[in-house]
Design a protein around this ligand. Structure first.
Ligand SMILES: Cc1cc2nc3c(=O)[nH]c(=O)nc-3n(C[C@H](O)[C@H](O)[C@H](O)COP(=O)(O)OP(=O)(O)OC[C@H]3O[C@@H](n4cnc5c(N)ncnc54)[C@H](O)[C@@H]3O)c2cc1C
Length: 445
């Protein structure tokens, strides 16, 4: 007797609660029958079970498993029979097969170690911490990519901060950073070793190099990420603020490799430093010829000695002033408070634009990202562009005379009042407490 051919049951798609990351309605775009509803926050609400034709497109496109196929008990039985009849034939469609093959060729997580004359930008060590977590989740190696001249010694620090390997390109042509030779070098390495993820600092150098490399190798780049994770399919989920910081978007690059992200300094916690930790050195000899490089570095000018050598990005306590300070001279009261606390003085963009503080002190989207233990915002309204630069501070104290100011939404402690009364009162109180305890004021910053 001939076996009756069982038809594959179609089932219907349904929502898996708590998984949607509001990626930007990729499932809605994939659905051919307009059967997916979202809520006001851009998250999955429901799938219209009457309309669903079981095409599985939404399930396939969702990177975080927020949609699944549902089958009735009868359909499940039918599915089992179908699978039994079609054993070995349940193959992926050729497009999916080709994609999987292409992606499988890429392995490992890389962190680009940014350095100036052998001095490493701290963000690189922060990224080795994030890179370590990603590599452990994927079960792959974490490598530090060091490009420069006479920089081999940096490998020890890279191992100590968690790298399994250091990929070293050491040649005179890499002495000073230039887009062209560094792009060529990194593209050569990518072509040879095929990493799946590359992380770089969202610094001047990192932004320049990442954009250039991503363009040449033809992959995606997500700038200024604030969160990095591995999704259920092993792809990198790159989260960053979007639409002026009003939503957090998770961006995927699931059809191309390597997946490239930049992250601003101070956003990720620094990796644990384990002195003496060992790793493997991979020395690469590739170096473009100097005569073929159009840009020549004649002189390197640093801002050291400019009179403003304070690095607000690394400060533990920051006292910041905004337009509410009214003028440059009034910043003296912030400096006095900062001196008592051993803090540095920062500023909002309005204060910087007014010429009250140099740009090196600006906190926010177009200034520095800071993550101090204490951030005191004085006369700062709390515009989103300011908040993105300081909202990860451990404790935020806001002083503002407008009780509705948005800064109070992120503040740990809010003082509604006139800063010209509150700030000097705070300074007096700290001095009083110190003199009671017999302690001297801390040095000025
Ligand atoms: C593309 C782009 C990038 C930007 N990048 C940045 C950035 O990096 N950093 C940044 O800060 N901004 C940035 N901005 C500007 C931002 O949008 C705001 O305009 C700016 O942060 C406002 O600065 P502020 O809070 O000092 O001034 P205001 O918004 O004018 O706020 C002043 C505050 O002081 C309070 N105040 C006044 N007098 C007193 C008093 N006596 N006592 C107590 N409180 C008082 C007021 O109630 C008010 O809340 C950017 C904007 C754009 C479009």
């Amino acid at each position: 007797m001939r076996e009756t051919k069982v038809k594959k049951p179609r089932g219907v798609a349904r929502v898996v609660e708590g998984k949607c990351v509001a990626c930007g309605e990729r499932c809605v775009s994939a659905c051919p029958i307009d059967g997916i509803q979202m809520n006001g926050a851009g998250e999955l609400q429901s799938v219209d079970q009457e309309k669903c034709i079981g095409c599985v497109k939404c399930v396939k496109v969702c990177a975080v498993g927020a949609l699944e196929m549902f089958y009735t008990p009868e359909q499940l039985e039918q599915l089992k029979l179908w699978e039994a009849q079609n054993q070995g034939e349940v193959a992926l469609d050729p497009e999916e097969q080709a994609l999987r093959k292409k992606l499988a060729a890429y392995k490992g997580v890389w962190v680009f170690v940014e350095q100036y004359a052998g001095e490493v930008a701290k963000v690189s060590w922060e990224l080795l911490g994030s890179g370590r977590q990603l590599a452990d989740t994927l079960g792959v190696e974490l490598s530090a990519v060091i490009i420069g001249h006479q920089v081999e010694e940096l490998k020890h620090e890279a191992y100590a901060y968690g790298a399994d390997a250091a990929i070293l390109m050491d040649a005179a042509v890499y002495k000073d950073y230039r887009t062209e030779p560094f792009t060529e070098a990194l593209c050569y390495l990518i072509d040879k070793h095929k990493p799946e993820i590359i992380l770089m600092g969202a610094t001047g150098q990192g932004r320049d190099l990442a954009g250039s490399v991503a363009t040449v190798v033809g992959t995606g780049l997500t700038a200024d990420c604030t969160g990095l994770a591995i999704d259920a399919k092993g792809n990198l989920a790159q989260t960053r603020p979007a639409f002026g910081g009003n939503i957090m978007a998770t961006i995927m690059c699931d059809h191309f490799r390597p997946q490239m992200s930049t992250v601003r300094p101070q956003v990720m916690p620094i990796a644990e430093y384990i002195p003496g930790r060992k790793g493997k050195l991979i020395r690469e000899e590739f170096a473009p010829a100097e005569e073929n490089i159009l840009v020549k570095v004649l002189e390197v000018l640093t801002d050291k000695g400019s009179g403003d050598e304070v690095d607000i990005a690394g400060a533990e306590i920051i006292v910041s002033g905004g337009r509410g300070m009214m003028n440059k001279e009034n910043f003296t009261i912030l400096q006095e408070l900062a001196d008592e606390l051993g803090a540095v003085v920062g500023a909002s963009r309005s204060a910087v634009d007014a010429g009250w503080k140099p740009h090196s002190r600006q906190v926010g989207q177009t200034g520095k990202t800071v993550r101090p233990k204490i951030y005191i915002a004085c006369g700062i309204s709390g515009a989103i562009q300011h908040l993105v630069g300081m909202q990860d501070s451990d404790v935020i104290i806001a002083i503002n005379r407008d009780s509705e100011a948005p800064i109070f939404q992120v503040a740990t402690y809010g003082i509604v009042g006139d800063l010209f009364q509150v700030v000097p009162a705070l300074t007096r109180k700290i001095r009083e407490l110190k003199s009671k305890n017999g302690r001297k004021p801390l040095s000025a910053a």
